[in-house]
Design a protein around this ligand. Sequence first.
Ligand code: WQD
Length: 343
Amino acid sequence: MNKKIIVTGGLGYIGSHTTIELIQNNFQVVVFDDLSNSSQKTIARIETITGEKIIFEKVDLKNEIRTGQEFSKHKDALAVIHFAAHKAVNESVKNPLNYYQNNLFAILNTLKWQYELGIKNFIFSSSAAVYGSPESLPISENNKIQRPLSPYGNTKKISEEIIEDFTKINSDFSAISLRYFNPIGAHDSGKIGELPKGIPNNLMPYITQTASGVREKLKVFGNDYPTKDGTPVRDYIHVVDLAKAHIKALTRLIENKQEKPLEIYNLGTGNGFSVLEVIKSFERISGLKLNYEIVTRREGDVPELFATTDLAFKKLGWKAELGLDEMVKSAWKWEQNYRNHNI
Ligand code: WQD
């Protein structure tokens, strides 16, 4: 049986962890990546972890002609998992056109070519950002979709709308959109993980970089929110759990089990942790005292976000298995590895 899968953005943070899970589930992986926010060295690391080769095509999905050429080479693929996108929230606020151009041309060209070449299954890497500032908690897939707070988030909302329109008119095309909450952590081998370019925006890499001495001090953005300890609460999910959900979604598509042309699932743990709880977990696991101070709120942050996870469990047979301590432990192992070994 042909089990070739095209993974766009397959060298990025979530893409690389999913590529490993795919290989370990006997899929053959073709990675499309433009290396704009990833390293070619990740290929060797994936191959070391899995003992298998991957096919790598350097391609900028904004380029319609080049994208078509690459898809033509791999039209025997069963499905596309589309991760390729820019993802820095604050950068998207500063340069919205760049974000709309990059993320939307990439999905448009991907959908166009894969469909034309007969690849009829599609998994999309979406975000809880599509819920905007949620009206009720926990957030279920039936929560109202609202204008995301950033252009980045809006590209995810618009992409879902594009997929919805596309599946409506093409009854032989099936898609699943996975809405991630807050992915953190790294592969337990310590060989791959999140590698943010420049100063991290997100909490976990900022914590690990502060502890390793790359950043002086973590700023905790506000402790006057209406939450358990005043700091914002998020549904952190281990990137390896997240990667495993993609295998479940893919299997559902390949086995034609989907009940709607476009199915949508939240991927979270259902548990909310505050910023201070994440810091405490880090201090306990690393045995270090983290240098941090409370400062004023960051614009655009909402007090609390966490998911209902019933639908993914019921339909995909998936639920997150790893807890906060495992997320933090793996993130710290990765940080130490790449600092010490110049990965
Ligand atoms: C978590 C909490 C901060 C940094 C973002 C995107 C979302 C998704 C995931 C995907 C917040 C606090 C953070 C710091 C802090 N994107 N914090 N000091 O904002 O929930 O979600 O990432 O690609 O779409 O919006 O995640 O990790 O930035 O913040 O106090 O230096 O940590 O205020 O409460 P967020 P985050």
